[in-house]
Structures are given as structure tokens and as C-alpha cells.
Design a protein around this ligand. Structure first.
Ligand code: AP5
Length: 217
């Protein structure tokens, strides 16, 4: 299953819920890159330059990372992709890798929201650098201000969540990632559109409904 949509639309939030409900593995490329950066690996430091500018990390780097990750996952469990693919080159590579593993994309769920909703959500996002939990000072604040509910680590505002970088990330989404919707519309995968501007539970219910609707009899 692929979650597709602009920055801040709720791919991460919905991905966690979907993985819990359906027992899916998650591949979250933004988190993989942030972990590599936190570990100070060569890849992480190289990726930082692109991420902090709101640009995409090169396709060959991302394709190799996802292929390695997919091969390490149990093959009897579904996977939810969040943040990948982001270009037609990545989508084509993913299809090849999945075919090689005897797997395929079943659902593409496109989450949609207007820019003003996205910008406000991103401005309010606070993330735990330790466990990856995501909060929002406006909609889903932590119990104790500035601290993660799960492990009490100090929460951070992502470097790429600064307004200028967010603007660039939105441009990059429209230019390079949005064309994937047409790519998947032309494929065998089912493509569903879900409004992402409702409350978290309402978006989750809508996602669940489209998955149920598309399930084979
Ligand atoms: P990545 O980390 O993937 O960022 P993104 O796609 O821009 O998405 P976000 O994490 O900003 O948002 P989200 O949709 O997950 O929303 P969330 O659930 O957090 O990528 C970062 C960078 O890494 C890229 O710019 C690029 O440089 C690089 N990269 C990653 N993958 C790559 C790839 N494949 N190729 C090349 N480069 C790649 O929600 C946002 C906020 O809203 C949170 O605070 C949340 O609590 C809140 N919220 C969520 N849902 C709701 C709701 N329904 N109501 C109210 N608040 C809500």
C-alpha cells in the first residue's frame, strides 16, 4: 500500500494507524534518512544537504535504500510505504523490485488537503528524535509541553519545517511527486482519494472504508 500526498497531509500519522490495524510493516523513507543522519553515516550526511533545502535525495540512493529494506522484511506481511516513491523513476524501480519478490502494489491512497492546512500543520509539528512519535501543538499536543509522551525526550521542530523550506517542499511535490497519481491510475493498482483535512480519526475511518471497498471478494 502506498500513501501519497503533500508534506504535512498526514501520511506518517495515518501510516502508523494502518500498520497497527492491518499488521503491516512500514517503510518511511524520511525516517530512514533522518536515522542515517542521526547516526552520522556518509549517506545521512549527504542526504542532509538535500533534505534541509527541501529537495529530493537522488533516486539511485533512495532506490537502493528501499530495495535493501524490502528484502529484509518478512514476505508474509504487507507493507505500507510513506514517502516513497516520490518520482516516476522511483515508482518504476519499485515495481521492478516488487516483481522480483513476487509482490505488487494493491492500493494507492492519495491524501489531499489545501496548502493553508498543510502549512499550519507543519508549523505546529513537534517530533521525538528518539522514537519518531509525532505531535502537533495545535491538534495533538503532548501531555507535557515539549516532551514526548512515550519516552519523555525533548521534542524538536524539524529543520525542514521552516517556512521557506516548506514552500520548496510543496513545489517539489507538485512538480515531481504529483505526476505519480497518473502513473498509478494507469497501472493495475487501485487508486483512492481521501480528504486529509479532517480530524485524525475521521481520516483513518475514510482510509479504512476505501481499503474495505477495494478488498477482493
Ligand atoms: P518526509 O519525512 O517524507 O516528509 P514529507 O513527505 O514532506 O511529509 P511530512 O513528514 O512533512 O508529512 P506527513 O504527510 O507524514 O504528515 P504527518 O503525519 O507528519 O521527507 C522529508 C525529506 O526527506 C524530503 O523533503 C526529502 O528531502 C527526503 N526524502 C524522503 N523520502 C524521499 C524519497 N523517496 N526520495 C527523495 N527524497 C526523499 O503530519 C503533519 C503534522 O500534522 C503532525 O504534527 C501531525 O500530528 C499533524 N496531523 C496529521 N494528521 C492530522 C489531522 N488529521 N488533523 C490535525 N493534525 C494532523
Amino acid at each position: 500500500m502506498i500513501l501519497l500526498g503533500p508534506p504535512g497531509v498526514g501520511k506518517g500519522t495515518q501510516g502508523v494507524l494502518l500498520a497497527d490495524v492491518h499488521g503491516l510493516s512500514r517503510i518511511v523513507t524520511g525516517d530512514l534518512l533522518r536515522s542515517a543522519r542521526a547516526e552520522g553515516t556518509e549517506l545521512g550526511l549527504e542526504a542532509s544537504r538535500y533534505m534541509d533545502a527541501g529537495e529530493l535525495v537522488p533516486d539511485d540512493v533512495m532506490n537502493a535504500m528501499v530495495e535493501e529494506c524490502l528484502e529484509s522484511l518478512p514476505d508474509d506481511r504487507g507493507v505500507v510505504f510513506d514517502g516513497f516513491p516520490r518520482t516516476v523513476v522511483q515508482a518504476t524501480a519499485l515495481q521492478g523490485t516488487l516483481e522480483g519478490l513476487g509482490r505488487s502494489i494493491e492500493h494507492v491512497i492519495v491524501l489531499e488537503a489545501d496548502n493553508d492546512v498543510l502549512v499550519r500543520r507543519i508549523a505546529g509539528r513537534r517530533s521525538c528524535p528518539e522514537c519518531g512519535c509525532v505531535f502537533n501543538i495545535y491538534s495533538t499536543p503532548p501531555e507535557q509541553e515539549g516532551l514526548c509522551d512515550r519516552d519523555q525526550s525533548p521534542l524538536v521542530h524539524r529543520v525542514d519545517d521552516e517556512p521557506d523550506t516548506v514552500r520548496r517542499r510543496l513545489e517539489v511535490y507538485h512538480e515531481l511527486t504529483e505526476p505519480l497519481i497518473a502513473f498509478y491510475e494507469a497501472s493495475d493498482a487501485s487508486v483512492s482519494y481521501v480528504p486529509g483535512d479532517k480530524a485524525v480519526e475521521d481520516v483513518h475511518s475514510a482510509v479504512q472504508s476505501v481499503i474495505l471497498l477495494m478488498a477482493p471478494e
